[in-house]
Design a protein around this ligand. Structure first.
Ligand code: ADP
Length: 294
């Protein structure tokens, strides 16, 4: 079982030829609505890849929140830890994808979402093989990482772009810190990635720190390792890179729950991220194993 804690939003995806930088009016070639949010996408990835997934997060007690709950349930994700708060507004994103598969995102983080994590069923960590948190509900991530550490349960942090103080608080609580490029720049400004990852390892008892770089793969290091290692990306033709990072994190947390070592888990997760970027949807286990078998 993998517990995924953090963001869930409604993604409104528009497909266009080019993303215009200047103020302009652009006609979409396609539109779709789906579940988004880092931890929610990761939970769906865990379920698709054959794991048991639990999602912990918060939405408003509104139509969008109910649709998200239902969509997660339809994917086989347990939503008993989804807090639906009275008077709060559910987050949403506008995702603009161009013809090369690159995207721009405008996010609305919702309103009046409760900070207090006391409604979360932390006891369920007893059944889990790993805990994955993104930084969008920091109070809850701190409580869950602390509870996981007390039980010896491995914690994986999706260290996405966030406030510096949030990343500084969460990194030392995790066992595996996987940064997005912007997350690492915020955590360790003005130094090259190898040095940023070294600083993450100094911040707490981490087993590894990594940064994902899209088609350039993953850089990572572990305590006692000389220098930095690279896990190259699987070469695919990307059509939509939205959610590749989230699927990567879900797959990585599942691999950790299955007892895979860091290097193998990174390869497993890279295959999942590559398939998501190639097909624009989260792969199942058979598709992933086929890519791994090469
Ligand atoms: P984020 O969405 O958080 O920025 P990345 O874009 O770095 O995350 O993607 C996470 C991982 O998914 C990458 O390290 C890589 O392994 C895989 N991935 C993402 N985009 C591609 C791509 N275009 N081709 C192959 N693999 C990709």
């Amino acid at each position: 079982l993998v517990v995924c804690l953090g963001q869930v939003v409604t993604d409104h995806t528009f497909r266009v030829d080019e993303v215009e930088l200047a103020p302009s009016k652009v006609t979409a070639r396609g539109y779709s609505m789906s579940v988004g949010g880092m931890a929610a996408n990761a939970a769906i990835a865990v379920a698709r890849l054959g794991g048991r997934a639990v999602f912990w997060g918060r939405v408003g007690r509104d139509e969008a929140g109910e649709e998200l709950r239902q969509a997660l349930e339809d994917e086989g994700v347990d939503t008993t830890g989804l807090v639906m708060a009275e008077g709060a507004r559910t987050p949403l994103s506008a995702v603009i994808v161009d013809k090369r598969g690159e995207r721009s995102i405008v996010t609305y983080r919702g309103e009046r979402l409760p900070a207090d994590p006391s409604a979360l069923p932390l006891d369920r960590l007893a059944e889990a093989g790993s805990l994955l948190c993104d930084p969008r509900w920091p109070e809850a991530a701190e409580a869950a990482f602390a509870a996981a550490r007390a039980r010896g349960l491995p914690g994986v942090l999706d260290a996405e772009k966030s406030e510096e103080r949030v990343l500084r608080a969460l990194v030392p609580l995790a066992d595996h810190a996987i940064f997005a490029k912007t997350g690492l720049t915020i955590f360790a400004p003005g130094v090259p990635p190898a040095e940023g990852l070294a600083r993450a390892l100094e911040a707490g008892p981490l087993r590894m720190a990594a940064v994902t770089l899209g088609e350039r793969g993953v850089l990572w290091r572990a305590p006692g390792m000389k220098g930095i290692s690279t896990r190259p990306a699987f070469p695919v033709e990307a059509t939509n890179t939205t959610g590749a990072g989230d699927v990567f994190h879900g797959a990585y947390a599942l691999a950790v729950a299955e007892g895979q070592e860091v290097e193998r888990a990174l390869r497993f997760a890279s295959a999942a991220g590559a398939l998501r970027a190639r097909d624009g949807r989260t792969p199942d286990r058979a598709e992933l194993e086929a890519l791994l078998a090469g």
